[in-house]
Design a binder for this molecule. Structure first.
Ligand code: FES
Ligand SMILES: [Fe+2]
Length: 342
């Protein structure tokens, strides 16, 4: 991130860059002169960010330090970028693009596996999804869609029959909701068999909405009777970041982590993470396809349409309530993820 990066987050223009001193900083992406996106600019030798239009130069505090066309007069005191609160943690950068006074006393959720040598992590290419971010959260915490949407790769109808436990808890100052699916003697779907090679397992699978910006998936499997014995367990952690761009689109970033040193069962030339990274995009494409079609149907007025709720929708209902409360400003947090930092 040596070069400035621009993103649209929750309808706001956000500029991020890593300064010479190694700090990441974030500001409104509009040059104070004539709204030029500063993320189109460049970092000069002396470390300032130069606007590509008339050359205003800004330092890491967002102060304009130089105006090339009038070096002989004082810089206007208003020539200062609006800062955006930011936290860098566990290899990720979190920003709060809303009203700074509403940030509150909360921290972003931890993502310990992403920047940790004990784990082998791959970041997938980010996807721009033409659907509201809440649709992705709902997709993630209700995996009864694995049949039929992901049948033949990570899903089957048997999975939809696994009982679901829903857990609500407050973590890092934010209400969260988690589904837990635990099953014995489960026949793994094809992708899992390819990755780990054990066709029948005991399995513990969670999907945890840690805030409006992040959902954490943890899958732990072991030969029957061996779950809980660390030396027999295998599985993954997937962090899904769902960053709203506007009301009808979001950016979806995923990191998959497996224990370092784990090899693929069907291709020992690859690490397990590498094998997942090559095959999992087919699953993501299926979700992308479904989410965008769902979003298109919101263009029609509801009239007498209303959704039907099933047992498996309990976590989804809970997630919606949490998000509605957050959007009302009752407990806002810095939970919008914008960038992985290498
Ligand atoms: S718009 Fe940036 S210097 Fe004019
Ligand atoms: Fe899915």
């Amino acid at each position: 991130m040596d070069q400035p990066k621009g993103c649209k987050i929750a309808g706001k223009p956000v500029l991020v860059w890593r300064t010479r001193s190694g700090e990441v900083c974030s500001f409104d992406d509009r040059c104070v002169h004539k709204r030029m996106p500063l993320s189109e600019g460049r970092i000069l030798e002396d470390g300032v960010l130069e606007c590509p239009y008339h050359g205003f130069c800004y330092d890491a505090e967002g102060n304009c330090q130089r105006i090339p066309s009038q070096l002989d007069v004082p810089i206007p005191t208003k020539a200062k970028l609006r800062p955006i609160p930011l936290v860098e943690q566990d290899g990720l950068v979190w920003v709060w693009p809303g009203d700074p006074s509403m940030v509150g006393h909360v921290e972003p959720p931890c993502t310990p596996e992403i920047a940790n040598a004990d784990w082998d992590t791959h970041m997938f290419d980010p996807l721009h999804v033409k659907a509201n971010y809440v649709l992705l959260i709902e997709n993630l915490i209700d995996i009864t869609h694995f049949y039929p949407l992901h049948e033949g790769n990570i899903g089957d109808i048997e999975q939809s029959k696994i009982p679901v436990q829903v857990v609500e808890e407050t973590l890092w100052g934010v209400r969260t909701v988690k589904t837990v699916r635990e099953v014995k003697n489960y026949h793994q779907p094809p992708f899992m068999r390819d990755w780990w090679g054990v066709p029948k397992v005991d399995r513990w699978h969670t999907h945890h909405m840690l805030g409006p910006g992040l959902t954490r998936v943890e899958l732990r499997c072991a030969p029957p009777g061996k779950l809980g014995q660390v030396e027999h367990e295998f599985g993954y952690v997937i962090h899904h970041a769902h960053t709203p761009v506007d009301g009808t689109s979001h950016d979806w970033r995923l990191w998959v982590s497996t224990r370092s040193g784990t090899r693929s069962a069907s291709d020992a030339s690859k690490s397990c993470t590498q094998h997942i990274s090559e095959t999992f995009p087919a699953v993501m494409e299926e979700d992308l396809w479904a989410l965008e079609r769902q979003q298109q149907m919101f263009a029609y007025p509801d009239d007498d349409y209303s959704e039907v709720f099933l047992r498996s929708d309990q976590a989804l209902i809970c997630a919606r309530k949490i998000i509605v409360e957050l959007e009302k400003g009752n407990r806002l947090n810095k939970t919008v993820l914008i960038q992985q930092v290498a």
